[in-house]
Design a protein around this ligand. Structure first.
Ligand SMILES: NC(=O)c1ccc[n+]([C@@H]2O[C@H](COP(=O)([O-])OP(=O)(O)OC[C@H]3O[C@@H](n4cnc5c(N)ncnc54)[C@H](O)[C@@H]3O)[C@@H](O)[C@H]2O)c1
Length: 284
């Protein structure tokens, strides 16, 4: 199947960057976000980002004008997804929210539209019942910042057709990414599973008073040459996202994850990481 029109659902950190990346590479893209004020924020961000590309000499004025003409933002799901060849979902990492959205999406999309979820951990088979034909459903997990990071995990579930996996894999390549196609699904996919083991140990060391978050980051950055320690990375990806994931872990295992109370108190105080200006580190 040839992809021309792309709909990205969720105009947050990930959705807006995935969408703009696709528009830069020539796709017609519509971002849908249901939260008041977000569409305006996405348009302002897009203007600022593209103006910066011209200033830095990375894009010509003509290329920016063409990209802008291909990039639309709306608060209407039907307008955004009705004629999409590919829908990429990037709303909050909460199962019930994603399942509700997919049920609203199903009657709106064409029978041949492919749907990919950018969930960080949830395999697409968790949502197979939301669609009449789940053979068109898979995971496409981009990395943050999605305009820069090249790695994407495209994951087929048992319900996903080979054609769907291949089409999404080729789409990712066509927007400058270096994807892997996993033909067997597993929660957390590849890179997040590996990082998850490191994060668990990092949180154990902090919870039990061996090291501060800053010292864990120094150990990883200076001792292991990681580009970013786990707590600095949490600030980048969003403390609220870590909290959503830890709540799901807590609910499924009944065991409170290390640093749960710390992360919960940070979310309550509005310390969401870089996006709010404060997290484990200060950014303002
Ligand atoms: N933040 C990361 O580093 C990262 C990396 C890879 C994948 N992900 C995944 O991407 C997804 C989005 O994460 P994010 O960090 O961009 O979140 P975010 O909170 O920055 O953005 C989510 C957006 O979705 C919108 N939204 C929520 N419910 C909606 C609905 N029902 N309909 C339409 N819009 C809705 C919100 O208004 C918000 O703008 C999550 O599944 C997350 O696990 C995040």
């Amino acid at each position: 199947m040839e992809i021309k029109n792309v709909c990205v659902i969720g105009g947050g950190q990930m959705g807006r960057q995935i969408a703009l990346c696709a528009a830069i590479y020539g796709y017609r893209v519509t971002v849908y976000d249901s939260f008041p004020g977000v569409p305006e924020k996405v348009r302002a961000w897009e203007d600022e980002y593209l103006a910066g590309r011209i200033q830095k000499g990375r894009m010509t004025e003509e290329a920016v004008a063409e990209t802008k003409a291909r990039f639309t933002v709306t608060d209407n799901l039907k307008t955004a997804a009705g004629d999409a060849d590919l829908v990429i979902e990037a709303i909050v990492e909460v199962y019930e929210a994603k399942a509700k959205l997919f049920r609203e999406l199903e009657p709106v999309i064409r029978p041949d539209t492919i749907v990919a979820t950018n969930s960080s951990y949830m395999v697409s088979s968790m949502f197979r019942d939301c669609f009449k034909d789940p053979s068109r459903l898979c995971n496409a997990h981009f990395y943050n910042p999605a305009l820069v990071m090249k790695f994407v995990e495209v994951v087929q579930g048992p319900h996903t057709s080979e054609e769907t996996g291949k089409t999404v894999f080729e789409f990712c390549k066509s927007i400058g990414k270096i994807p892997v196609l996993m033909k067997k699904e597993i929660s957390g996919f590849a890179a997040n599973r590996i990082t998850g083991v490191v994060n668990q140990e990092a949180r154990y060391l902090v919870q039990n008073g061996y090291l501060t978050p800053e010292e864990v980051d120094i150990a990883c950055e200076e001792g292991l040459k990681y580009p970013m320690g786990p707590f600095r990375l949490m600030d980048l990806t969003g403390i609220d996202l870590s909290y959503d994931l830890m709540q799901a872990m807590y609910k499924s295992s009944g065991v409170k994850p290390d640093c749960f109370d710390l992360i919960e108190s940070m979310v309550k105080e509005g310390k969401l990481g870089r996006k709010s200006g404060h997290g484990f580190y200060d950014y303002v």
